[in-house]
Design a binder for this molecule. Structure first.
Ligand SMILES: Nc1nc2c(ncn2[C@@H]2O[C@H](COP(=O)(O)OP(=O)(O)OP(=O)(O)O)[C@@H](O)[C@H]2O)c(=O)[nH]1
Ligand SMILES: [Zn+2]
Length: 379
């Protein structure tokens, strides 16, 4: 029998309290359950507008009296016309669930008359909501106003979130690899990594036999369910994806890193919300701002780690996005060159591509906007 002095064999799994507590908080918020964030000055119950039921919302609002606030991230505050330089807190003062949802992400919501800058707990809660791929609008109530908090409610120390809710450092591990012949490249191996924030699976697709002694052709591609899988005409992703495989194969080998960051890191649900807003006239960047998201929420540090783990520290990147080059360089990859990768221009994606060029600095100057694919030389 195990004596009390012997360590429990799985105790180490709980040693990194930051990881454990953040993972659980994300799952709770997605399930529509509130969590408690414990700050220096007291505990706050938080729930996301995206997942809280109208009945639970009403119960919170009633219990808290005038103490409940809706916190909104800076991009959303600015859309509402508030001169904020950070998240804001809006007192609920009688606001119902429907009105809160409108204030959180509606296209035509009027700016609130009363608001104040939000505190660190609010910023942390918004970070958690983003990590959970929810609308980053959070209902917050001082725990003391709600009577005894049930024992099952998950508690997160504020320090765990400020230490990096989005960076809870699960180490990246290779979990599987297999040969997957592709139409554009028969000799192809998929290597699946797991780790990082949210413990999502990321895939490195090794096309042909890249030579690690020379700069390796690399494509970083963020997931786009609609474009990659269904050949949506709203974007250029599917065409870019298949072109990338073919070009890596043409070059004798390369790596395509397929990153689980749908919708520029906002998730498929928010991307569809953004599409709906775009159908009301907004461009891709403004639509994300209405939802409280920044112009681009993606990160490439996991991609860099994957490349380094595979032995590819010197790369030539297929991209039009200067952020990708800068992020890889910051993460220790030597980027020795860039080649443009121009997807098919369609009537439906012209506006999207133009917004990427004019508002996000994408290098699409060689883009033929006449409905044909433009050919652009390396540059
Ligand atoms: N939020 C949002 N995301 C979109 C929209 N259209 C496409 N996306 C996402 O944008 C990302 C495009 O990824 P990439 O093609 O890897 O990157 P890129 O920034 O276009 O840069 P390139 O390397 O030049 O292609 C994917 O995550 C898509 O799901 C949109 O209208 N709104
Ligand atoms: Zn796309």
């Amino acid at each position: 029998m195990r004596s009390n002095s012997q360590p429990t064999p799985f105790a180490h799994l709980f040693r990194d309290g930051v990881q454990v507590t953040v993972d659980r908080a994300v799952a709770e918020l997605r399930a529509g359950r509130p969590v408690v964030i414990e700050g220096d000055t007291g505990a706050t119950l938080v729930a996301t507008i995206d997942t809280i039921s109208p009945a639970t919302f009403d119960a919170f609002a009633t219990l808290a009296g005038g103490g409940a606030v809706l916190t909104l991230p800076e991009p959303r505050a600015r859309v509402l016309g508030l001169p904020a330089d950070g998240a804001v807190a809006v007192p609920l003062s009688g606001m119902g669930h429907d009105a809160a949802c409108r204030l959180a992400g509606g296209i035509d919501a009027p700016g609130p008359a009363v608001w104040h800058p939000a505190d660190r707990i609010a910023e942390a809660a918004i970070g958690l909501a983003k990590l959970a791929l929810l609308l980053p609008a959070v209902l917050m109530v001082p725990a003391g106003l709600c009577g005894p908090v049930p024992a099952g409610v998950h508690r997160v120390p504020l320090a765990a979130l400020t230490e990096g809710a989005d960076g809870a450092p699960h180490p990246l591990q290779i979990v599987s690899r297999a040969r997957v012949p592709l139409a554009e490249s028969v000799e192809t191996v998929f290597v699946v990594f797991r780790g990082g924030a949210g413990l999502r699976d990321q895939v490195a697709i090794i096309v042909g036999s890249p030579d690690p002694d020379r700069p390796v052709p690399v494509r970083l591609h963020s997931a786009c369910l609609t474009g990659d899988l269904f050949a949506s005409l709203r974007c250029d992703c599917g065409d870019q994806l298949r072109q990338a495989v073919a070009r890596l194969a043409d070059e004798g080998g390369g790596v395509l890193v397929y990153l689980d960051q749908e919708g520029r890191g906002t998730g498929i649900a928010n991307k569809m919300r953004a599409y709906d807003l775009q159908d009301h006239g907004l461009d891709t960047i403004d639509a994300d701002a209405v939802l409280g998201y920044g112009a681009d929420e993606r990160r490439y540090d996991l991609a860099a780690t994957m490349l380094l783990r595979l032995g590819f520290g010197r790369v030539r990147l297929f991209t039009n996005n200067p952020d990708k080059i800068a992020a890889l360089a910051r993460a220790g990859i030597e980027v020795v060159g860039r080649s443009a990768l121009i997807g098919l221009v369609t009537v439906e994606n012209r506006r999207y591509l133009a917004a990427k060029a004019t508002r996000a600095g994408h290098l699409l100057d060689g883009l033929g906007m006449d409905g044909t694919r433009a050919v652009k030389a390396d540059g």
